[in-house]
Design a binder for this molecule. Structure first.
Ligand SMILES: *Cc1c(COP(=O)(O)O)cnc(C)c1O
Length: 387
């Protein structure tokens, strides 16, 4: 009986042997473009704090004020004692931001996807999921009990083929996709997906985790930027460009009412903390009011793009369509070496490798608050490392 846990040792050995072992790095300062890590200041090129709002004074003050007013915890699930006036305000603000009838706030984006997917489809249904979708879309699909087919990444032809073959065998069908893909930074062909959904009578769930705050005139995301007005299940997170914590689903009033009654990751968990709720609410206001943050971010992308074009040894993974940039610099070992070199130079831009992604890459994320000088430092280091 004392040997019941020995398998963990063996599993850890396997993880180490495959070079899959990972451990978190301690950050010992406020979220910013420079952070304190491992006893030194590091230039941050791996944060999802795209607009620099996680360290913004106004979000911090909103979180403090909400804590003073409501306390530190929501004290219960939303349907019992934990539905605060602040939650209602945040949900209205998200719906207005996304131009939907209603919205529902979850404890994280991960839980929003699990809850929404498992609620809208079941055993008699079909899910068509992009191969590169985020893990929580895939786990939500498994949890739902629906038949799941992974279509080739961003491949409308492959999606159409699967729809023609399988759609008629199932009751409901849900197509799921990230709008901005988290590891490669490319954008899904949403207009084409909407056309196919229309043709085959399918629902569409989009994950705007990396699109919100960044795409569209008001930062409302890719759906808004592409001018899509058909019914849609829009999921996103409050934890990236919005600098807080939590997730949401935005859509029709009927859908949201249904989720309040059927999404178990919303029903059976405690409401979002007052501090997180208030910070997100403030962020949604700022994102719409300060387009200059988005402009600065896109300008930084242009500077990086131009610089990367002069380094021959680097192959960007896609056409650099977003603030997420994946650079192929060789096999897993070489990629780890480049990441280690950058770290020694005071730049945090880690290697992402299998099993998270099929091939190793340096994954960079840009922030609105990066200066031109900081981007040039990164480019100079990449150049000297690969020379
Ligand atoms: C980060 C991320 C999530 C999860 O959001 P959290 O709020 O961090 O749980 C979901 N989908 C995608 C595409 C993400 O990148």
């Amino acid at each position: 009986m004392t040997h019941a846990y020995e398998w963990i040792d063996r599993s850890m050995q396997t993880i180490h042997q495959a070079h899959w072992y990972r451990s978190p790095q301690v950050v010992a300062s406020r979220a910013d473009d420079v952070v304190h890590m491992a006893g030194r200041d590091m230039l941050m090129f791996a944060s999802n704090n795209y607009l620099g709002l996680a360290g913004d004074r106004r979000l911090i003050d909103a979180a403090i004020a909400a804590t003073e007013t409501y306390g530190t915890g929501a004290t219960g699930s939303r349907l019992v004692s934990g539905h605060l006036a602040l939650h209602a305000q945040l949900e209205q603000a998200i719906a207005a931001f996304k131009q939907t009838e209603a919205a529902l706030v979850f404890s994280s984006g991960y839980l929003a996807n699990l809850g929404a997917i498992a609620a809208v489809v079941g055993a008699r249904d079909l899910i068509l999921s992009d191969t590169y979708n985020h893990a929580c879309l895939k786990q939500g699909a498994t949890l739902s009990g629906a038949k799941v087919i992974h279509y080739a990444h961003n491949d409308l032809e492959d999606l159409a083929t699967h729809l023609a073959q399988h759609r008629h065998l199932h009751r409901r069908c849900l197509i799921t996709t990230d709008t901005v893909f988290s590891m490669d930074g490319d954008v899904c062909p949403l207009l084409g997906i909407m056309d196919l959904a229309d043709r085959y009578n399918c629902m569409v769930l989009v994950d705007e985790a990396h699109g919100t705050g960044v795409f569209g005139d008001r930062g409302a995301g890719v759906v808004n930027a592409m001018g899509i007005h058909q019914p849609l299940i829009q999921v996103g997170t409050l934890s990236k460009a919005l600098g807080s914590l939590g997730g949401y689903v935005a859509g029709s009033a009927q859908l949201i009412d249904f989720l309040r009654n059927r999404a178990s990751t919303w029903i059976y968990t405690t409401g979002l903390s007052p501090a997180d709720t208030a910070a997100a609410l403030k962020a949604i206001e700022i994102v719409q009011k300060e387009p200059q943050r988005r402009e600065a971010l896109w300008n930084n992308l242009a500077i990086l793009k131009q610089g990367l074009g002069t380094i021959k040894a680097i192959a960007p993974n896609s056409d650099l369509a977003s603030q997420i940039i994946a650079l192929k610099v060789g096999d897993t070992e070489q990629t780890l070496k480049v990441a280690e070199y950058l770290k020694q130079q005071g730049i945090f831009a880690p290697a992402i490798r299998p099993p998270t992604v099929p091939t190793a890459r340096i994954r960079l994320t840009l922030m609105a608050t990066h200066t031109t000088a900081q981007i040039h430092t990164l480019l100079t280091c990449l150049k000297s490392c690969l020379a």
